[in-house]
Design a protein around this ligand. Structure first.
Ligand SMILES: Nc1ncnc2c1ncn2[C@@H]1O[C@H](COP(=O)(O)OP(=O)(O)OP(=O)(O)O)[C@@H](O)[C@H]1O
Length: 685
């Protein structure tokens, strides 16, 4: 590998020249956009504002970030693949980067990693070279191109060699928020990233196998391949909590995608303010898919068959529709698979039609306007109001949860009397506003809302840490992608809710995508070998069907488990944090939620400043104090884990406790120190 570029014949010097001219081209592209004058092309201020926003987004997307290399790879093909594959570029050689860059003539200098021509960069092998003869990877130090590495894919005799640049990228210490992995996406990951938009993909993967990374890159890929369609229909990334969303929020913008919404499941169903909490037993029942049937019955329960005929007066004439005829119309609407609200909206026209039939029979010739007028007639409106009353979803759920008879009527044969008793409010609330709603209640209201009026569907939804969702929550996510597709990411071993997913097939059924393919990722990129082996001792107790993850990290982790006297635990934890701070990278002190106040005091007394999860670590603030319940999905270079037994006993049952511990044990990239005063949980010892 060339050490340093000295002259123009040096390949590294030539690559650097290509880098600087590509950068210049990118600056020119940005300058072009900045100089656009939209005054003359927009008719009104609304258009102007929309256009200006698009322009601002584009200017942001075109920023040349000093520390993110403009290209990270080069492919030399045996035959020119054609401009159609390569963003208009001709020839056999392509530079692969985060974004497309072209010169003043419009000729591509850097090809987007998502273009078809870039795919062999991730997938080609000596066994299947995909018409590529050389794959070149570039190494950067602080934004400077400093190295390259070639793989000759035509040399089928030579063995596949692990790439040093790839390895050093994987082993790089972590600081700050999550970053993209475009330069090093692995073949098994790339298959998921580039899977077609039509199908839903579900990924089971052990901690650190790149599920989150893959999900985010998949959104970026789909936005590239189906830009217009997704601009219309929208994309959404769903994560478990705010701190997690903060941690991942910069990945897509770094890939040039600024318009992907992020939310938690609670955000999606925020019809009411959540101020209460359920017992685990009540939450399990409220999250059970059987609740959908209870709600369906309750929503339609208000529909009553008329007993009186309907009389519509028009001018000097009276038109009489007998009760049985309205009953027929109502029965027909009930039998149809349409939303309660849509059926209610259709009812006046159906009744008006019956009136019109009579008018015609009497020799009149009414037109559409007459039908509309009849539909708006006060008598028709009044009939609709009694026969098919309006449903307020929150009021309906409130009634179900506070009126034992109403619940019994609609849960009959669905929920046992004990289950019904469990979900009834101890103190029935007077109104929707004053009720102490729980987050499971909000999901019920969302289901009821969808029974009344269809929830609009997005083009693609990525659901991360899916294993924690209840069946009712899967349904809530599923109705947001009925006409689109989804990427479901999770790990059954990390399910820490009492209703955690037992099987992906079941989850996908609740989601409404029973035919989705389930893929598995097994190569771990985060956790050192020794640490993952230690954490995997818990697998027989928490997810016996899953196999242990491997680790692609070569660097041996710093790993120790130390027993200390109870009265010196806090001091030992502080000392371990201090020792970890001697290394570069981020440090996470993970502890049972109940231990957080004591540890916060101990850190403060020792003069160590610390952050809360989700707050951005930086070179000057690298220590985060993490309650075990917020550790999911996050990672730190060095982790200090306080008192495992407290993490386990902080949960309602042992299996959940051990799963919480499994999550905490698998956050470390370079080192893990476990400190305990109580005996370690049996499954670990
Ligand atoms: N191909 C790759 N190249 C380099 N780094 C990678 C690659 N895949 C994943 N990583 C890194 O490994 C770490 C773990 O990835 P990620 O958080 O996506 O895993 P996960 O499967 O979602 O983990 P968890 O189950 O713990 O939430 C991240 O730092 C990610 O950037």
């Amino acid at each position: 590998m060339p050490a340093h570029a000295t002259n123009a014949n040096d390949p590294l010097a030539r690559e650097r020249a290509h880098l600087s001219s590509s950068r210049a081209a990118l600056r020119a592209m940005r300058a072009d956009v900045e100089s656009l004058d939209i005054k003359d092309v927009t008719a009104n201020w609304v258009n102007a504002a929309v256009l200006q926003r698009q322009i601002d987004d584009r200017i942001t997307a075109l920023a040349d970030l000093a520390h993110t290399p403009l290209f990270f790879g080069r492919l030399d093909y045996l035959h020119a693949p054609g401009a159609e594959q390569a963003e208009g570029a001709e020839g056999e050689r392509f530079y692969i980067g985060r974004r497309h860059v072209h010169d003043a003539d419009g000729d591509p200098m850097v090809i987007d990693w998502r273009a078809p021509v870039s795919q062999p960069f991730y997938r080609a092998s000596k066994k299947n070279p995909m018409d590529v003869c050389t794959r070149r990877r570039f190494g950067y130090t602080g934004g400077e191109l400093t190295a390259y590495e070639d793989e000759d894919l035509t040399d089928t005799a030579g063995a596949e060699r692990a790439s040093r640049l790839l390895q050093s990228e994987i082993e790089r210490p972590r600081v700050g928020p999550m970053r993209d992995i475009v330069a090093t996406i692995q073949p098994e990951q790339d298959e998921i990233v580039r899977a077609g938009i039509g199908g839903t993909v579900c990924v089971q993967g052990a901690p650190g196998t790149g599920k989150t990374a893959v999900g985010l890159h998949r959104v970026a890929y789909l936005l590239y391949a189906h830009r217009e369609r997704l601009a219309r229909t929208g994309t959404l990334v769903i994560g478990p909590n705010r701190s997690f969303l903060h941690y991942i929020e910069q990945v897509l913008p770094a890939l040039g995608e600024l318009n992907v919404a992020q939310a938690t499941v609670d955000d999606l169903v925020a019809h009411v303010e959540v101020r209460g909490a359920d017992s685990p037993a009540a939450a399990c029942i409220k999250g059970d898919a059987r609740m959908a049937e209870v709600l369906r019955r309750a929503v339609r329960a208000g529909v009553t068959m008329p007993v009186e005929p309907l009389v519509v007066v028009r001018g000097s004439r009276r038109w009489r529709i007998p009760a049985y005829e309205i009953e027929e119309i109502v029965s027909e609407l009930l039998a149809r698979d349409i939303r309660y609200g849509a059926a209610r909206d259709a009812l006046p026209q159906r009744i008006a039609h019956a009136v019109l039939v009579r008018m015609e029979a009497a020799g009149e010739a009414p037109d559409d306007r007459v039908q509309d007028a009849v539909a708006r007639n006060a008598a028709v409106k009044a009939a609709v109001k009694t026969v098919w009353p309006q449903v307020d979803p929150a009021k309906l759920v409130l009634r179900l949860l506070s009126d034992a008879d109403f619940l019994a009527e609609h849960a009959d044969g669905v929920l046992s009397p004990e289950e019904q008793a469990e979900i009834l409010m101890a103190k029935p609330a007077r109104s929707v506003r004053s009720a102490k709603w729980s987050s499971a209640d909000a999901v019920l209201i969302d289901e009821a809302s969808d029974l009344v009026a269809r929830t609009s569907s997005l083009g693609h939804v990525v659901l991360d840490e899916a294993q924690d969702l209840s069946p009712m929550q899967y349904r809530a996510v599923g109705r947001r992608c009925t006409t689109g597709s989804a990427t479901i990411l999770g790990d059954l071993a990390q399910g820490t809710t009492p209703w955690a997913t037992r099987s992906w097939t079941e989850a996908l059924t609740h989601l409404g995508k029973p035919d989705a393919a389930v893929e598995e990722l097994t190569q771990g990129f985060r956790v050192p070998r020794e640490v993952i082996a230690y954490a995997s001792r818990l697998l027989p107790a928490i997810a016996p069907e899953l196999s242990e993850a491997t680790s692609v990290r070569e660097a041996a982790g710093d790993f120790s488990v130390r027993s200390v006297p109870a009265d010196s635990l806090d001091a030992a934890v502080v000392a371990a944090c201090r020792a970890s701070l001697a290394h570069e990278g981020s440090i996470g002190l993970i502890a049972a939620d109940s231990r957080i106040p004591a540890l916060a005091d101990a850190l403060a007394a020792a003069g160590l400043t610390f952050l809360a999860p989700g707050e951005e670590t930086s070179d000057s603030a690298r220590l985060t104090l993490v309650p075990a319940t917020l550790a999911k999905g996050l990672e730190y270079d060095y982790v200090v884990l306080d008192e495992p037994e407290a993490v386990v006993s902080g949960e309602p049952d042992e299996r959940t406790g051990l799963r919480r511990l499994y999550v905490a044990l698998t956050r470390a990239v370079s080192g893990l120190t476990v400190l305990h005063a109580e005996p370690l949980p049996g499954a670990l010892a």
